[in-house]
Design a protein around this ligand. Structure first.
Ligand code: SIN
Length: 285
């Protein structure tokens, strides 16, 4: 008898985002189950696994079943765990919460991460949701004329606004628990296709974000600001957004190739602790 793997996938009503149950991520997944998980992730882009009290080692091991670790710059990793970041905000912190701007993780890298995995260790009683926008649907909803106009266009990405020498973190004076590394490296720029094609699904997606996209190659500042401003507002319209509400011990895995996300605050006075890994991606095409 051939055992057929069965996981329970409960999609959000829109189909963007899903909950996956019936798996224990603390142990190696049988290949057929892993294949189902990957297929659900490709289909829904943001998948949540509730009830996963994983050790850091188990989080690392599951991450590596999705792919090799990505490179996480500008934030000191956890001691003894070079590929895990702790996103920690203490109750008395007044600095803006980490990730409070729409972005796709590390899109300023030559090969930005395909996936990010984030596991909730301590969640606040209020606030702290993570919002995701579906950049494939946002692209598909554009007019044929706009799609044509964006063909072959390259967007300029940089970490400068956040981690650069003149960036937000360089100017910050409020206490922050996370160790952020401001660096001239962050001031560098590179370009990616403004519309990228997903290597698994073949769907096209807008690949821009207000945090890391700083211009459009070959355009005057006013021109690129107008187009990017339109696209940023277009992507985060309600019909493309999924609001993720955390539960303790939940693992979330999202696809940076076709989504952008925003970490909401609203939990001053409460502790929030998350552990994060990334999976290496491929150069956007
Ligand atoms: C991030 O990775 O951008 C932060 C997400 C979160 O803390 O909810």
């Amino acid at each position: 008898m051939v055992q057929v793997a069965e996981i329970i996938v409960t999609p959000q009503e829109s189909g963007f985002g899903a909950r996956i149950e019936g798996v224990d991520l603390s142990r190696p997944l049988p290949p057929a189950v892993l294949a189902e998980v990957k297929a659900a992730w490709a289909r829904h882009s943001v998948v949540a696994f509730p009830g996963q009290p994983l050790s850091l080692e188990a989080l690392e091991a599951f991450t590596q079943t999705i792919g090799p670790f990505g490179v996480d710059p500008f934030i000191a990793p956890m001691p003894g765990h070079p590929n895990v970041l702790e996103l920690r905000r203490e109750p008395d912190e007044t600095a803006t919460n980490f990730g409070a701007g729409w972005h796709s993780d590390w899109s300023f890298q030559k090969t930005p991460p395909a996936a990010t995995l984030l596991r909730s260790q301590v969640i606040p009683p209020v606030g702290g949701d993570t919002l995701f926008a579906d950049c494939s649907r946002a692209y598909e909803a554009l007019s044929p004329v706009m799609k044509k106009m964006l063909e072959g266009v390259r967007a300029i990405h940089s970490a400068s606004r956040a981690y650069g020498t003149q960036g937000v973190f360089a100017k910050e004076s409020a206490k922050r628990t996370m160790e952020i590394i401001v660096s001239p490296e962050a001031d560098k720029t590179l370009t990616h296709p403004l519309v990228r094609t997903h290597p698994v699904t073949g769907r096209k997606a807008l690949f821009v974000s207000p945090v890391y996209t700083v211009g459009i190659e070959g355009m005057a500042v006013a021109e690129s600001q107008a187009i990017l401003g339109f696209l940023f507002a277009h992507i985060v319209q309600e019909q493309f957004v999924y609001r993720h509400r955390w539960e303790k011990d939940m693992l979330l895995m999202w696809d940076n190739r076709c989504t952008v996300h925003f970490a909401e605050g609203g939990y001053d006075g409460h502790l929030r602790v998350m552990h994060r890994t990334t999976v290496a991606g491929e150069p956007p095409v």
